[in-house]
Design a binder for this molecule. Sequence first.
Ligand SMILES: Cc1cc2nc3c(=O)[nH]c(=O)nc-3n(C[C@H](O)[C@H](O)[C@H](O)COP(=O)(O)OP(=O)(O)OC[C@H]3O[C@@H](n4cnc5c(N)ncnc54)[C@H](O)[C@@H]3O)c2cc1C
Length: 475
Amino acid sequence: MAATRRIVVVGAGGAGLAAALEAGRAGAEVILLETAEQVGGATARAGGVVYAADTPVQKARGVEDSVDELINYYMTVSRHELEPRLLRASAEGTREVIGWLEELGITWEPDRLYIAGLEYKPRGHLPTGDTRGLGPAGGAMIVAALLTAVEGRDNVEIRTGTRCTGLLTGDDGAVTGVRTESGEEIAADAVILTTGGFGAAPDLLGEHWPEAVEHGDWHWYLGPDTNIGDGVRMGLAVGGELRGYGGTLLETPNFGRLNDAFTPPWVIYVNKNGHRFVDETDTYCVMPHVIAKQPGGTCWAVFDEAALRQVADSGHVDPYGLGVDLESNWTAAMLRKQIEAGVVKSGATLAELGERTGITAAGLEATAEHWNADVARGHDTAFEKKGTLAPVSTAPFYAVELRPAIIGITFAGLRIDDEARVLDTAGRPIPGLFAGGEVAGGLDADVYAGGGTSIGNALVFGRTAARSATAGAVQ
Ligand SMILES: Cc1cc2nc3c(=O)[nH]c(=O)nc-3n(C[C@H](O)[C@H](O)[C@H](O)COP(=O)(O)OP(=O)(O)OC[C@H]3O[C@@H](n4cnc5c(N)ncnc54)[C@H](O)[C@@H]3O)c2cc1C
């Protein structure tokens, strides 16, 4: 009888918990290391959307879809800059993940399926379940379901407050264990890196995604401050290679460290020339790119006193209209405070607002005139904005600069294959080393093709890494 394999999993977010659960189910002795005092990582803070095609949930809603259609769409918007084998593994894996999570206690209501990217088919699966107090929304429900399953196993040990800082290797270059920050060495038959992205690591951001540092202290990261790229650094140190570039940025008025990217519908965006350039309700998958292309790489959200008067004091938004309750900075109290502080500029006329912001006054006046006529006829003839059309006609007028600055997801990561094996610079697997989730690259290219792909990838490649790492284990 073969000896029980020992697997060390580094990082207890979605990918790490999925890997630990599957490795435990395969009979391995699993040690799951987490640097933070609590498990969950960025996954626990997330909305929890999982992007998947050809699922029973879609079928229940009457949506005809297929894995091939998802792959086609994804390759097209990513301009074929992805590795097809990874994408196929992801698309087939996310289809399975929906049922797998259901067995762990997550419910997917067909009515809450929504269009999460630039495609025309609803593939965004929003979970329902218990968060166990691990976070605000669906991501915490997924973490809670995984954690409950992992806690039910006596062959998986979770060590929180334990940062892994290095990989041990044998003479042949194979990974044989890990070293923790306290100097402890833990031997393992295989190591799975699931340390998430590096949104909290300015040095790696500067190197692999300069746009995420160009607006100075406007930038901040939505994920945990423990996501500093340790896994990437450890993988590179043993011969791994990086794949991918960029990530997701969200526009912000920089009111404070609260996700205020869900800009309300009663503003219009104008660039420095005073021109509108987009349907302001467009998806966050593309908005930061469109703003970055404007002169100076920024824009202004413009509104009037009538709009300000109807802003609620309560600071919550439901960005998808699906009962997701997120705290918001776009409240009357916050706006009044920012007007007083001069962050939100005001003017008795549009010309005066132009002077105070640097927006070309003639452009702003012409835009407002055209916009107000469109509002009166109930149709945005320029950009086909959906939903509420609020005029900009009641003085005083207001404008606040928006920059694409909030960091959501980082795309660069260790190159892996479809078995989640970490590859060296020659494209060969590094023996004993596996990776899954945001620490791995090659699954996103510049444009974020659909909300929900990151958690989906984390769960799929966490599970795959466990299968590969435990291959040959006693069942
Ligand atoms: C606010 C927010 C909302 C989001 N919404 C969505 C969404 O709805 N759908 C979607 O698909 N994606 C979403 N994303 C992105 C998605 O959540 C992440 O890409 C994904 O969950 C990453 O999972 P992961 O397991 O790879 O990393 P994480 O969940 O970040 O877990 C990594 C873990 O590793 C730990 N760690 C790091 N270094 C070490 C070390 N050296 N030793 C030990 N432990 C370490 C970290 O503390 C962390 O707990 C969102 C992200 C954020 C921040």
